[in-house]
Write a protein that binds this ligand. Structure first.
Ligand code: CMP
Length: 666
C-alpha cells in the first residue's frame, strides 16, 4: 500500500543566523525545468546527522496512495517535501511512512482494546492482577503517545486538501479544538488514579469499611469503561483509510464489511453490559444471571448467554432464555432493544443502499421501465402499442440503463474518442466502407454517430420526405421499398442507406423499412457534410455507389454529381488498382453468397499493400473502392438490375460496399 521513502531526503538545511530563513544547499530549490531539485545526499562523516536525516525522511511524505491522491504528481510531492523541511524538524507529514505504520498499529491496538476491554471488565474479577495492569498500562501509554504524535502530525484540511497544515502551533490549536479531550479522557487511566487516591482511606478502614472498598472497586471498574471512548479514534482512522485506499468497487464491500463489524462490536458490548450490571449489583436472585444459575459458570459460558440475550434484543427476536424479572433487567433489556434495534435498522438501511449502488444501471433501467409502464397506463395506450414499447426497451437497453452522453461528456476528448472507436469496432469491421478507409476518416465519422434501434415493420425512411441523416447498419435487415410497394433490394449488417438524399439535397428516393430488429448508427447531415468535405475521395465513392443505386431503381443517376476527374492521375491510380484486382477476382467462384463474402474479405486483405501504394501516390486514403469493383454482384441487385441497362462508366466502381448487398436476397 505504501512505499518507504526513496532515498534520503537530506538537503543540507541551513538556518540563516537569526532570520529563521531556510536555504537548500545554497541552490535554487527548483530546476530549470520547474522540477524541484532532489536534495543532496548526507555528509558521510556526520553519523548523528545521518540518523536524524533518516528519522526526518520517515516523517516526510512518500509517494504512497494518499500522497498521490493529495498532490497528484511526484513534482508536487517533491515541493511538499521541501515545504515540510522548512516547517520544522519534527513535524510528521500525514502522508509519511511513519504515520502510515503508526496508524496501522493504532488500528490493531484499538480493535484489540475495544474487544478485550469489555470482556475483561465484565467477566473477570482480576482488576488488580499484574497481567491486567500491565496490559492497561501498556495500551494507555501507547494511546498517550498517540496524543503526542497527533500534536506533531500535519493536518489535511477538508476544503483545501492540498494545503496540509504543517505549523506546529496551528496543528496544536486544531487538535485542541477537535478530538484532543476525547482522546485524552479515553487514554488516561482514570480507574487507577481513582484507586490510588482512595488507597490509604480504604486500607485504614479495611475491616470497618469492607463494603465501601468494594464499592470503590466497582466505581473504578465503571471508570475503566471510559476507555471505550477510543471507539471515536477507531471510526476516525477507519474512515480515513477507507477514503484513501478503498475508493473503487472494493469500497462497497469494505463498507459492508465495516458495517457488519460495527454491528458485531455493538452486540458484543451490549452482551458484556448485560452481564456487567447484575455483576455490579452482586447478582440479585431475580437477575437473569441468577435465574440461569450462571454466577459461578466459566466466563465463556457466561459470555455466550449474555451475547445471545443481547443479540435477541438487537434483532427484536426475543428476550434471551427468560424474559426480564427484575426492574433493572427490564430497563437494561429496554436499553439494549432501543440501541440494538436502531443500529440494526441503520445497518439494514446502509447495507441496502450499498448493495443497490452495486448495480445502479440495472436499478435505473427497472425504474425507467416502471415509469414507462405507468405512463402507458396513464395514457391508456392500446395493448399492442404497450407490447411494442416494452419490447423496444428490452432490445434497446438490454436490462441496463446508462446516460451514455453524460458519461462520455465527462471524459477527456482523447478518451472519449478512444471509447467511441472501441464501441464502434464491430461496426467498423463489418462496414466495408469503413474497413478499407483511412483511420482518420473512420474516427471522424464514428465519433459523430448516434445509436438508434428500430423494430420490425418500422418505416425508417419515407420516400419523398426531406432527409437529415443517413444510417449504417450494425445489425439487422432493411428493405428498400419503391413507390409501387416493390422491394428493390435488402440491406443488412455492414451496409448503409439514406445517403442519396444528403448527397443530392433532394428528397428521399425510396422508402426504407426495417425487416427485423435493426441496430443502426445515424449520421446527421451537418456531420455528413463536414466529414465528407474533408475527405473528397470518400464523397466520390459514395456518389458512385449512389449513382448505381439510383440507376437500379430506375431513377436518373445524374442526380448525384459525377466523378468528373476520373481521368485525373488520382482516378487513374484507383482504376489501375481496380483493374488489377478485377483480373484477379475473375478466378473467384461467385456461385455462393458466403463464398462471395469470403472473397471480399480475402481480397481486401490482399489489396492492402496495393492500397497503401496508391494512397501514397494519391496523397489520400483509398477506401475499398477497388475491392468493391471486383466483387460479385449481390443477388438482390443482380435480380433487379438484370432488367436495367447499366452504364459502363458506373459498373467499374463498386456498389458492393455493403456486406449485405452481397448476402441478402429480397
Ligand atoms: P435516400 O434517397 O436518402 O433514402 C432512401 C435510400 O434508399 C437511399 O437514400 C439509398 O440509400 C437507399 N437505396 C435506394 N435505392 C437503393 C438500391 N438500389 N440499393 C440499395 N439502396 C438503395
Amino acid at each position: 500500500m505504501s512505499e518507504m521513502p526513496k532515498g534520503d531526503a537530506d538537503m543540507s538545511l541551513k538556518q540563516g543566523s537569526g532570520t529563521g530563513k531556510v536555504h537548500f544547499g545554497g541552490l535554487d530549490d527548483v530546476s530549470l525545468y520547474g522540477t524541484p531539485v532532489e536534495p543532496a545526499p548526507p555528509a558521510p562523516d556526520a553519523k548523528q546527522g545521518f540518523l536524524r536525516n533518516q528519522l526526518q525522511a520517515l516523517f516526510q511524505p512518500t509517494d504512497n496512495k494518499l500522497a498521490m491522491k493529495l498532490f497528484g504528481s511526484k513534482k508536487a510531492l517533491m515541493k511538499e517535501r521541501i515545504r515540510q523541511k522548512a516547517a520544522g524538524h519534527w513535524v510528521i507529514h500525514p502522508c509519511s511512512s511513519f504515520r502510515f505504520y503508526w496508524d496501522l498499529c493504532m488500528l490493531l491496538l484499538l480493535v484489540a482494546n475495544l474487544i478485550i476491554l469489555p470482556v475483561a471488565i465484565s467477566f473477570f474479577n482480576d482488576d488488580l492482577s499484574t497481567r491486567w495492569i500491565a496490559f492497561n498500562c501498556l495500551s494507555d501509554t501507547i494511546f498517550l503517545i498517540d496524543i503526542v504524535v497527533n500534536f506533531r502530525t500535519g493536518i489535511m484540511q477538508q476544503d483545501n486538501a492540498e494545503q496540509v497544515i504543517l505549523d506546529p502551533k496551528l496543528i496544536a490549536k486544531h487538535y485542541l479544538r477537535t478530538w484532543f479531550f476525547l482522546d485524552l479522557i479515553s487514554s488516561i487511566p482514570l480507574d487507577y488514579i481513582f484507586l490510588i487516591f482512595n488507597q490509604d482511606f480504604s486500607e485504614n478502614f479495611q475491616i470497618l469499611h469492607a463494603g465501601r472498598a468494594l464499592r470503590i472497586l466497582r466505581l473504578a471498574k465503571l471508570l475503566s469503561l471510559v476507555r471505550l471512548l477510543r471507539l471515536s479514534r477507531l471510526v476516525r482512522y477507519v474512515s480515513q483509510w477507507e477514503e484513501v485506499y478503498f475508493l473503487n468497487m472494493a469500497s462497497v464491500f469494505m463498507r459492508i464489511f465495516n458495517l457488519i463489524c460495527m454491528m458485531l462490536l455493538i452486540g458484543h458490548w451490549s452482551g458484556c453490559l448485560q452481564f456487567l450490571v447484575p455483576m455490579l449489583q452482586g447478582f440479585p436472585p431475580n437477575s437473569w444471571v441468577a435465574i440461569n444459575e450462571l454466577q459461578e459458570a466459566f466466563w465463556l459460558e457466561q459470555y455466550s448467554w449474555a451475547l445471545f440475550k443481547a443479540m435477541s434484543h438487537m434483532l427484536c427476536i426475543g428476550y434471551g432464555r427468560f424474559p426480564p424479572q427484575s426492574l433493572t433487567d427490564m430497563w437494561l433489556t429496554m436499553l439494549s432493544m432501543i440501541s440494538g434495534a436502531t443500529c440494526y435498522a441503520l445497518f439494514l438501511g446502509h447495507a441496502t443502499n450499498l448493495i443497490q449502488s452495486l448495480d445502479s444501471s440495472r436499478r435505473q433501467y427497472r425504474e425507467k421501465v416502471k415509469q414507462v409502464e405507468e405512463y402507458m397506463a396513464y395514457r391508456k395506450l392500446p395493448r399492442e402499442m404497450r407490447q411494442r414499447i416494452t419490447e423496444y426497451f428490452e432490445h434497446r437497453y438490454q436490462g441496463k440503463f446508462f446516460d451514455e452522453e453524460v458519461i462520455l461528456g465527462e471524459l477527456s476528448e482523447k478518451l472519449r474518442e478512444d471509447v467511441i472507436n472501441y464501441n464502434c469496432r464491430s461496426l467498423v469491421a463489418s462496414v466495408p466502407f469503413f474497413a478499407n478507409a483511412d483511420s482518420n476518416f473512420v474516427s471522424d465519422v464514428v465519433t459523430k454517430l448516434r445509436y438508434e434501434v428500430f423494430q420490425p415493420g418500422d418505416i425508417i425512411i419515407k420516400e419523398g420526405t426531406i432527409g437529415n441523416k443517413m444510417y449504417f447498419i450494425q445489425e439487422g435487415i432493411v428493405d428498400i421499398v419503391m413507390a409501387n410497394g416493390e422491394v428493390a433490394t435488402s440491406l443488412s449488417d455492414g451496409s448503409y442507406f439514406g445517403e442519396i438524399c444528403l448527397l443530392t439535397n433532394a428528397r428521399r428516393v425510396a422508402s426504407v423499412r426495417a425487416e427485423t430488429y435493426c441496430n443502426l448508427f445515424s449520421l446527421s447531415v451537418d456531420h455528413f457534410n463536414a466529414v465528407l468535405d474533408q475527405y473528397p475521395l470518400m464523397r466520390r465513392t459514395m456518389e458512385s455507389v449512389a449513382a448505381e443505386r439510383l440507376n437500379k431503381i430506375g431513377k436518373n443517376p445524374n442526380l448525384v454529381a459525377h466523378r468528373e476527374d476520373d481521368t485525373t492521375s488520382e482516378g487513374n491510380t484507383i482504376n489501375a488498382v481496380v483493374n488489377a484486382l478485377a483480373a484477379e477476382a475473375e478466378h473467384v467462384s461467385l456461385s455462393d453468397d458466403s463464398v462471395a463474402r469470403l472473397s471480399e474479405r480475402s481480397l481486401g486483405l490482399a489489396l492492402q499493400p496495393l492500397q497503401a501504394a496508391s494512397c501514397r501516390m494519391a496523397g489520400v486514403a483509398l477506401p475499398g473502392l477497388g475491392v468493391a469493383a471486383a466483387l460479385p454482384r449481390p443477388k438482390s441487385e443482380h435480380d433487379f438490375s438484370s432488367t436495367q441497362a447499366q452504364p459502363p462508366s458506373l459498373s467499374s466502381v463498386g456498389a458492393a460496399f455493403h456486406k449485405s448487398d452481397a448476402g441478402i436476397a429480397p
